[in-house]
Design a protein around this ligand. Structure first.
Ligand code: ATP
Ligand code: ATP
Ligand code: CA
Length: 219
């Protein structure tokens, strides 16, 4: 596998967390910020760091930005800087540009410029936390489409000792348990006789309304 080269522009809370994690995952990361202090804070963590204004085409070109496999624009509050940076990156021919948007309109502009992936961290985290607050047993989820979801559910004490046959999720909620995560290991594609124990997690796939009903009955 060829190691990917990442560049992260804007080392605020989001950009620094993202770039830190990429380094942890074993990738090389160039971090750029206009703010010297921010760059200084990250200089020991990232592979390379540069103080630069990324709205300036020449600056990005001189850094050889075109050669990076993926460049993340993590500038948020300064919408103008975010948009200008994204244009410069796409003009320079960067293959994959990911940019953080603060609002729907900001995101729309980024998309029109040709940004390959627009992310809305605050909006999406808000939605996620709301779901988790409403359903205490819902630990995490992935929306497969508007109708279908994969959810990770914790097993409440009252369900411990029950088998999947006892709970009957397929018949009751139209949901299949894809895996049971136990302290001792993971049961993939569990069968009717597999039993739920204390601290187990279930990975469940199904229609949204079925999963919601399942969650409600776990409470
Ligand atoms: P976060 O929401 O991630 O915590 P923040 O709110 O601290 O970020 P933002 O305004 O979103 O700050 O900007 C993130 C970073 O982007 C800041 O560190 C800022 O200095 C940097 N930045 C802003 N404009 C530019 C630019 N033109 N070139 C390079 N970096 C920039
Ligand atoms: P089905 O066609 O629904 O699998 P079945 O009687 O052939 O019915 P069994 O494997 O005997 O299936 O399981 C009986 C019941 O146990 C199922 O109807 C279902 O509700 C539940 N069950 C078994 N395995 C799972 C699973 N992995 N996920 C969800 N429910 C399951
Ligand atoms: Ca912010």
């Amino acid at each position: 596998m060829i190691e990917k080269q990442y560049a992260v522009i804007g080392l605020g809370r989001f950009g620094s967390s993202l770039s830190r994690e990429l380094v942890k995952l074993g990738y090389e990361v160039l971090g750029i910020d206009i703010n010297e202090e921010r760059v200084h804070e990250m200089s020991q963590v990232l592979t390379h760091t540069v103080v630069a204004d990324c709205t300036e085409e020449e600056v990005l070109r001189s850094l050889g930005i075109r050669n990076f496999d993926c460049v993340v624009v993590a500038i948020g509050n300064d919408m103008q800087a975010s948009i200008l940076t994204a244009i410069v990156l796409k003009d320079a021919g960067v293959t994959k540009v990911v940019a953080k948007a603060l609002s729907e309109l900001h995101g729309k502009v980024l998309q029109k410029i040709g940004v390959d992936r627009v992310i809305y961290p605050e909006r999406d985290m808000g939605i996620r936390v709301a779901h988790q607050l409403v359903s205490p047993n819902l630990l995490d989820y992935i929306e497969l489409s508007d109708d279908y979801t994969i959810a990770e559910l914790s097993v409440p004490q009252k369900m411990c000792g029950n088998t999947l046959h006892d709970m009957n999720p397929r018949a009751k909620y139209g949901c299949s348990v894809v895996a049971i995560i136990k302290k001792s290991g993971v049961i993939v594609a569990p069968s009717a006789t597999d039993m739920l124990e204390m601290d187990d997690l279930m990975v469940v796939i199904g229609k949204n309304d079925g999963i919601e009903k399942f969650e409600d009955d776990l409470e």
